[in-house]
Design a binder for this molecule. Structure first.
Ligand code: ADP
Ligand code: MG
Length: 375
């Protein structure tokens, strides 16, 4: 049907893939220049692409979106509404950074659920960045492409996200979590052998996305920046757990829970990495659940659906569970014994039905590979 050749009358020059992600722990820490620990999903956004000489950017998506034709020379923040802003924003970010890239024909396809907190937006940006890097012979390193992809989302689309999603999609490795320091983008691949430990990581997509999330994210980010300024710090990352009590005593009450979440969450990432290094994967469970409580009670980005998924999974025998992603809906991860995975998923589904919620969609996450060329 809609093959690249049928759409554009010529073959593609190549095909690239970039994955969605789940974050094991370290939520709302990236824009505070702290630590995160994501894994890439096997699910990817794929792009077949061929350069064009005439400066046009034509984008078609198999996910039923209206195709677009844009002129790369005219790309400017705010000029491309809707879904095409993500891919077009990457072309703009490359050009704005001085890379002389032109147009292309693009055919996109994806099995990353969209709007589920699994970062289909970053996967879409990163697949564009990887394709353009190769097609136009830019030779940019993966981390630099991730920063340009983030710039596309921040400045072109207008979403003030941190750097985690793009770094995860560009830099994750199979069988490992990416321990990333958002301050200087120092990273380490930390092996995560779930199957070897008899474990599985369930991803429960609650299928809800509360509109509240859009404005709330920016407000939370602004609150963190205000707290850091009041404390005389470049970012909340610089506040250590030992200094937390003193710092909280100096802050207005509305900023206290925000700061407490960020500082304790950074500590949870470091504790999780130590456990992974020691091969004690089961012990990650309580860290995940503690992270969820912090997101629910201090950062207040949970919602009834994610809370129900976490509570039900833990009651059904999960070692730990938490919402993953920005919040106000999206997905929950649950660390379970392999042979309990089906039962835990079934109990969450039953609980959702009883509460009158839509049935969650269930995936099993195996740490996958970052952005790559397929052919
Ligand atoms: P998330 O990143 O958690 O999936 P976002 O709201 O950040 O949620 O990004 C979802 C948006 O990304 C979609 O609304 C759409 O604009 C765009 N998008 C994601 N995947 C595709 C795709 N395959 N084709 C076209 N647009 C997509
Ligand atoms: Mg996103």
């Amino acid at each position: 049907m809609n093959t690249f050749e049928q759409l554009y009358g010529r073959p593609a020059e190549g095909e690239w893939a970039a994955p969605g992600r789940v974050n094991l722990i370290g939520e709302h820490t990236d824009y505070n220049l702290g630590f995160v620990l994501p894994i890439a999903l096997p699910q990817t956004v794929r792009a077949e692409a061929a350069r064009r000489e005439d400066g046009l950017l034509r984008i078609w998506s198999a996910q039923g979106r209206e195709p677009v034709t844009l002129r790369v020379a005219d790309l400017a923040p705010g000029s491309v509404p809707g879904w095409a802003g993500y891919p077009a924003g990457v072309v703009w970010a490359l050009r704005d950074a001085g890379h002389e890239v032109g147009g292309a024909d693009l055919r996109l396809d994806s099995d990353v659920p969209s709007g589920a907190g699994l970062s289909s937006s970053a996967a879409l940006e990163c697949v564009l960045a990887a394709a353009y890097n190769d097609l136009y012979g830019l030779g940019l390193p993966a981390a630099e492409l991730a920063v340009l992809a983030q710039r596309a989302e921040n400045a072109f689309v207008g979403v003030p996200c941190g750097i985690m999603d793009q770094m995860a999609s560009m830099c994750c490795r199979p069988g490992a979590a990416l321990f990333l320091d958002s301050r200087d983008l120092a990273m380490r691949q930390v092996p995560v052998d779930l199957a070897g430990a008899g474990l599985a990581l369930l991803v429960l997509d609650t299928r809800v996305k509360h509109d509240l999330g859009d404005g709330a994210y920016a407000a939370l980010r602004a609150g963190c920046e205000r707290a850091a300024a009041l404390l005389g710090l470049p970012a909340l990352r610089s506040l250590q757990p030992s200094g937390l009590a003193d710092a909280l005593a100096r802050l207005p009450s509305e900023l206290v829970p925000l700061v407490r979440h960020v500082v304790t969450e950074n500590a949870r990432v470091e504790a999780a990495v130590a456990l992974l290094d020691a091969g004690d994967l089961v012990a990650l469970g309580p860290i995940l659940t503690a992270g969820h409580a912090s997101l629910r009670d201090d950062y207040r980005v949970s919602c009834p659906e994610t809370d129900l998924a976490v509570e039900t999974a833990v009651a059904a025998g999960a070692h730990g569970a938490r919402m993953t992603g920005g919040g106000f809906g999206g997905s929950v991860i649950a660390l379970v014994d392999q042979d309990a995975a089906e039962r835990v998923a079934a109990e969450v589904t039953t609980a959702f039905r009883a509460a009158g919620y839509a049935e969650p969609r269930t995936l099993t996450a195996v740490p996958g590979e970052g952005a790559r060329r397929l052919r």
